[in-house]
Structure formats: structure tokens, C-alpha cells
Design a protein around this ligand. Structure first.
Ligand code: PHE
Length: 339
């Protein structure tokens, strides 16, 4: 019998619940009128005298254990009830909130800005509707200059002086007109060119152009700046500068990065060469500085420009530039994990 009582003690000790009905069942079973304890107390008179003492002790132990368990559990349940207060259960997991995602163009643009901000470049912006001076003439592209044809310009109505900017170099002209060197600025923004729309080109796209003007700036400074950028942006540490032509820089170059030839995609996007063009650059033409009231005998510098879509397509393996402008949520949702 004593062993049986000890078993009940263990059972009472192990009991736990967060449910008021279960607690009541426990109370009735042990402490109720027809409960276990009363049964044992009734049995007391039949216990042989020499065992009465021990019997009394265990039965009291069971009583204390059961009573304490009921008291402690009631307290626990009550304090839980209180914490709910008028707001309900504050420990409950929150409802999932459906958040949007940044557009891949913004993600990449912000990444580029951060990388250049780390080496002291600020951000400058300008209007998308430009005049001839800022988009062309100040950039050493006077009227009838053949290189104007390269730009496939959208003019606003019939006024040849008002146009949609074809590059953000126009922002750099505005910046130089309003700031004295040293200048370190990047100009991200939307640009427009009258090009046929295909999977690889669009009439609206984004550029980030950079401008660095100071005393004694060299081509090596340009090269190292671009190398730093490609390392940070792509994790690639080999670049190549191919001689090229831009009216506003002299000498000018196309920027290629060595992408590698590890996968089939590498072969496809680099046309089997391993090299990939990401933009143009060069030393700012003295005429451009003069046009912006900066003395080219005192100052010189470099400029570069690249396409944001191009970079985003590389990083995210996007095969069609048109996807950026369709705003299909199935496409946009894929960028949720990026900030
Ligand atoms: N503005 C040029 C373009 O849109 C890019 C460029 C910028 C090239 C600066 C050289 C220097 O193609």
C-alpha cells in the first residue's frame, strides 16, 4: 500500500498542464471527496499499528504534493491570463506581413553608389529633359558633330533644343558648372535613346556615370578606380581597357572585365572570349572643362559610364532586358531577399 501511495506522489509531482479543465480533473482525482487521498485516509484504521507512523507520513506527503501542485498551477494559469490583458496574448507569434521588394535596378544602383561612396564619391542628379548644351555642346559635341548620330536622340516636339537626355554625362556638366574642383561625383539616372527594343537593348535604360576632377589626375588613377569597382561589384580582379572614342574624353577606352569561361553561360555572354564590356571611360577632354569654367591648365580628371541594366542582367542572370519594365510581380518577387 505504501508503495502505491509513493507511485501517486510521483504522478502528482510529474503532473503539468496549461489547461484549467485538466487541472480540475487532477484536483478531483487526488483531493476530491471520493478522491485518492480520502480513500487512503479511510484505510488508515485498517493499517497495523507498527506501520501507522510511516503510513501517516507518506499519506501526508501525497496530500502536500497534490495541494502544492494545484496551487502552483492555478497561479501559473492566472498569470498567463493576466498577461493577455486587453490586447490578447502578447507572446503570440505575429501575423506575417507581406512586404514588397526593391526593383533589381534600384538594388544594383544602390550597390554601385555604396561602392563609390566608400572612396569619397557623392551622388549628383539632374533633369531627364535636357537642353542641347548640357547633353551635347558642352560635352565637346557641337552642332553637326558626326558623333551626335551615335546617340539616337528623342527630341521633344519640334524644338531641337529640348530633348530626353541620352546619357547622364549631362548631369556632370551641370555639376561642374556649379562646383569647384576637387570633384568626385557619380550620376545615376534614367536615359533615353531611340533604339529598337529587343532582348538586349531598350529605348529607356539606366546609367551610372562617374567624374573625378583634381590636380594631376592620371590614367592610372582611372584604371585603379575601375579595378576597385569591379572587384567590389563582381569579385573579378582583371580588367582590360580597349582604345575607343568619345567626344568628351581623350584618350577614351571601353572597359572590359574578365568574366572567365567556367560555365556554358560564361561562353554565351562573353561570346567565347571570357571578356565582357561594361562601359566606357577616359580622361576628360580639356574642351569640356573649359566649357564648364574649369581651367584645364590647372585641373584634369577622368570620367566613366556604365549601364545599370547590363550589370543587373549579369549579376542575376536575367536574359531579357524588357523584364525590367514589365513589372510582372512573378519577376519582381524574386528580389525579396535583396535589399
Ligand atoms: N556617356 C557615355 C555613354 O553614354 C559613357 C561615357 C561616360 C564614356 C564617360 C566615357 C566617359 O555611352
Amino acid at each position: 500500500m505504501i508503495d502505491k501511495i509513493k507511485d501517486y506522489i510521483s504522478e502528482a509531482e510529474a503532473f503539468s498542464t496549461e489547461n484549467a479543465a485538466e487541472l480540475e480533473a487532477f484536483r478531483i482525482k487526488f483531493l476530491g471527496k471520493k478522491g485518492v487521498l480520502n480513500d487512503f485516509f479511510a484505510e488508515f484504521k485498517n493499517v497495523p499499528n507498527d506501520q501507522k507512523k510511516e503510513f501517516g507520513q507518506v499519506i501526508n506527503a501525497l496530500k502536500n504534493t497534490a495541494e502544492e501542485k494545484v496551487k502552483a498551477t492555478v497561479e501559473a494559469l492566472e498569470s498567463k491570463e493576466e498577461s493577455k490583458g486587453i490586447f490578447g496574448d502578447l507572446t503570440r507569434a505575429a501575423e506575417p506581413v507581406i512586404i514588397g521588394s526593391r526593383h533589381p535596378i534600384s538594388i544594383v544602383k544602390n550597390q554601385i553608389i555604396d561602392i563609390f561612396a566608400n572612396i569619397g564619391f557623392n551622388v549628383s542628379e539632374g533633369p531627364e529633359i535636357e537642353d542641347d548644351w548640357h547633353n551635347f555642346t558642352a560635352l565637346n559635341l557641337p552642332e553637326y558633330h558626326p558623333a551626335r548620330d551615335m546617340q539616337d536622340t528623342f527630341f521633344i516636339q519640334t524644338n531641337p533644343d529640348v530633348l530626353l537626355r541620352t546619357h547622364t554625362s549631362s548631369v556632370q556638366v551641370r555639376y561642374m558648372e556649379n562646383h569647384k574642383p576637387p570633384i568626385r561625383t557619380i550620376s545615376p539616372g534614367r536615359v533615353f535613346r531611340n533604339e529598337a527594343i529587343s532582348s538586349r537593348s531598350h529605348c529607356i535604360f539606366h546609367q551610372v556615370e562617374g567624374l573625378y576632377i583634381d590636380k594631376d589626375v592620371s590614367f592610372a588613377d582611372l584604371k585603379q578606380t575601375l579595378l576597385y569597382f569591379t572587384k567590389e561589384m563582381f569579385g573579378k580582379s582583371k580588367i582590360r581597357l580597349r582604345p575607343s572614342y568619345f567626344p568628351f574624353t581623350e584618350p577614351s577606352a571601353e572597359i572590359d572585365i574578365y568574366w572567365g569561361l567556367k560555365t556554358e553561360t560564361d561562353y554565351r555572354i562573353t561570346k567565347g572570349t571570357g571578356w565582357l564590356e561594361i562601359g566606357g571611360c577616359g580622361m576628360v577632354d580639356p574642351n569640356v572643362l573649359k566649357n564648364c569654367d574649369i581651367n584645364p591648365d590647372e585641373y584634369n580628371g577622368f570620367a566613366f559610364g556604365m549601364g545599370v541594366e547590363r550589370i543587373a542582367m549579369l549579376l542575376y542572370q536575367i536574359g531579357d532586358i524588357r523584364m525590367f519594365y514589365e513589372n510582372d510581380v512573378r519577376f519582381l518577387e524574386q528580389f525579396k531577399s535583396n535589399i
